[in-house]
Design a protein around this ligand. Sequence first.
Ligand SMILES: [Fe+2]
Ligand SMILES: [Fe+2]
Length: 197
Amino acid sequence: MNEAIRILRQEHRSISSVLHGLRELTRTAQDPAVRPDFSVLRAMIYYIDAFPERLHHPKENDVLFPRILTRAPAAAALVQELREDHTKGAELVRDLERALLTFEACWPYGGDRFSEVVSAYTNFHWEHMRKEEGALLPLAEVALSKEDWKAIGESFAGNDDPIADLREKDFAQLFSRIVAIAPAPVGLGRPWKQAVG
Ligand SMILES: [Fe+2]
Ligand SMILES: [Fe+2]
């Protein structure tokens, strides 16, 4: 597997583990006797929004997709679908943020709506990544030349973007913070306390 594909798959794993964590804690948050630590859920949703938007999708939209279209024009419909998914995903995150705000303001009410939106978003994003890993990346591996991969690898390494490396470190730190504050079984943070009264 070439380095660029390894990086994209690794980024999918990072997104996916936060999606799993969010799903799990949303289940925990359904207990009306335990007030969730909303800052954990907020940090997860921020990650799910910002990591793809700032770090991951630009690699696909601006670097990989255009080269695939040049080498394999038959992939145009698939690439278009994936681009539309990126736009739709950003809209669905807004639903997630709204549902979380309502849940926090109205707790213990609003948990069922939040859970519905979390399910919809996680299913959508997993399906999107499945399309990329199952259809797009295998196609790219066949269609792109060594020179293409070299150029893609250089772009991914941030050679043309001096602050890319900084962004990468910020997200790694945010990921560690989520692990530190999320309660078991998602992370190493303290369990959420029983609400008094
Ligand atoms: Fe994507
Ligand atoms: Fe992706």
